[in-house]
Design a protein around this ligand. Structure first.
Ligand code: ADP
Ligand code: MG
Length: 433
């Protein structure tokens, strides 16, 4: 399968519906809403500029936050237009050059939008109001999709990070318009498929974070494509408990998958099965130490309080006597032994994929594990890909930005792709080679 990517001869002089993911954090400043982190907007700039170079009229679609299918004054897209405008201005070659106008509408469809579109000139941008103000967006309502499609000649998806959603703006529209991937979408797709198809060995996956429900399927699929999966963070507690080790008051997502997947196993049971299935797989460390495919922490940093703890303690999980004393104990970071082992493995990898902090990195006392992993991934000679909103935040805190080969901005969508799922926003852009 190959991805259909925008090309000059296809986009020239066309009106384009461009789906972006401008779901960025906003804050109030001098009575106005302003963008706090414009990374996602920046990622779409090359595609926007390419469309402008080829005289396209650009109608942009994005969601922002979770308005729940209703208008929410706090979540209007206007501040995004201001940010986009100043980013495009920064990129201008000369001061005399004017940037094409950026307009916003108060609605997603309807007469106001139609009037704005009929006045839209080549290179201009119209940002339609928050797609999620309309309840039909998430229902993937085909009537809404058809209406939106009637406004343009082509659809371009530049929001890989929402391509795991079957919504009007990510999937529905492709029923009515020729659909192409934008440049950043394509880059993200290539880097993730590279991991699943032809990673340089050994391929080490490091998975952490809080909720195992977000990540278990990616872990399952990674056991098939990676040589070793190192787990940390809150999700490691499921594996630790699966091995019969007490986790006390540690964060543990134990809800059943029943509602979602018609599966009545708990996450601890699923973790147990994964460990069992992968017992026989071995990977060699330094060419002589056999390792199981899934490795979970052998020691943890524990405390009774998550915020500003009065004391913390390293608890060895291979020696269970010392833990009986503390019924309120929580495991909040990977311990020093585990850090060393994970580090050694990462330094010998050919490919590393890392998603999810190793502990509650927001708290100084529990940030060492994530720091150790971040430094090892930054330092290794392997081809590295990192992703996950909190993981990227941790990297920023540690001052390690720019030390990785690929940074995936697509948390859930990336994990879904790595889990082997079909993404409803990606499928319509693929064609058999
Ligand atoms: P990402 O956004 O990178 O995918 P997640 O959202 O899955 O990561 O998880 C990040 C959160 O997990 C952080 O807020 C962190 O505090 C929390 N976390 C990590 N380890 C633990 C732990 N042992 N117990 C509870 N929470 C944890
Ligand atoms: Mg997160």
């Amino acid at each position: 399968m190959t991805l259909r990517i925008i090309k000059p001869e296809v986009i020239k002089d066309k009106t384009i519906l461009l789906r972006v993911d401008f779901n960025v954090p906003l804050t109030n400043k001098d009575g106005r809403k302003v963008v706090v982190d414009n990374t996602r907007i920046k990622k779409a700039l090359p595609t926007i500029k390419l469309l402008q170079q080829h005289n396209c009229k650009i109608i942009m679609l994005s969601h922002l936050g979770r308005p729940g299918g209703k208008i929410d004054e706090e979540l209007r897209l206007e501040p995004l237009a201001t940010e986009l405008s100043s980013l495009l201005e920064e990129g201008l070659e000369s001061e005399t050059e004017a940037i094409p106008q950026i307009k916003t509408s108060q609605h997603l469809v309807g007469s106001e939008v139609e009037a704005l579109i009929s006045n839209l000139k080549a290179k201009e941008i119209l940002i339609l109001e928050n797609t999620r103000f309309d309840p039909r967006e998430k229902e993937n309502d085909l009537k809404l999709a058809e209406k939106l499609a009637s406004y343009a000649d082509l659809y371009v998806n530049e929001g890989f990070s929402v391509s795991h959603r079957a919504h009007v703006s990510t999937a529905g529209i492709t029923n009515f318009l020729p659909a192409y991937a934008g440049l950043a979408f394509s880059e993200e797709y290539q880097m993730l498929t590279q991991l699943t198809k032809d990673p340089k060995k050994p391929f080490v996956a490091v998975i952490g974070g809080a909720k195992i429900s977000d990540k278990i399927e990616a872990i399952r699929n990674l056991t098939k494509i990676a040589d070793v999966v190192l787990v940390g963070g809150g999700i490691a507690n499921n594996f630790i408990k699966a091995e019969g080790i007490e986790v006390y008051q540690s964060y543990l997502e134990e809800e059943k998958l029943a509602e979602k997947k018609n599966d009545d196993q708990s996450f601890v049971e699923l973790a147990f099965d994964l460990l069992e299935e992968n017992k026989v797989d071995k990977m060699l460390l330094n060419d002589y130490i056999p390792l199981p495919k899934i490795i979970y922490p052998s020691d943890v940093v524990a405390a009774e309080e998550m915020k500003k703890p009065s004391w913390t303690e390293v608890v060895s999980l291979t020696d269970n006597k010392q833990q009986d004393l503390y019924p309120d104990l929580m495991f909040l970071d990977i311990g020093p032994k585990t850090q060393r082992l994970y580090r050694d493995i990462i330094l010998q990898a050919g490919t590393v994929f890392w998603n999810g902090p190793m502990g509650v990195f927001e708290e100084e006392a529990f940030s060492d594990g994530t720091k150790a992993i971040a430094s090892a991934v930054a330092k290794t000679g392997a081809e590295t890909t990192i992703g996950g909103g909190d993981t990227l935040r941790a990297i920023k805190n540690f001052g390690l930005e720019g030390r990785f080969d690929h940074v995936s901005a697509a948390g859930g969508a990336a994990l879904d792709l790595l889990a082997g799922h079909r993404l409803p926003g990606l499928e319509p852009l693929l064609e058999s080679a």
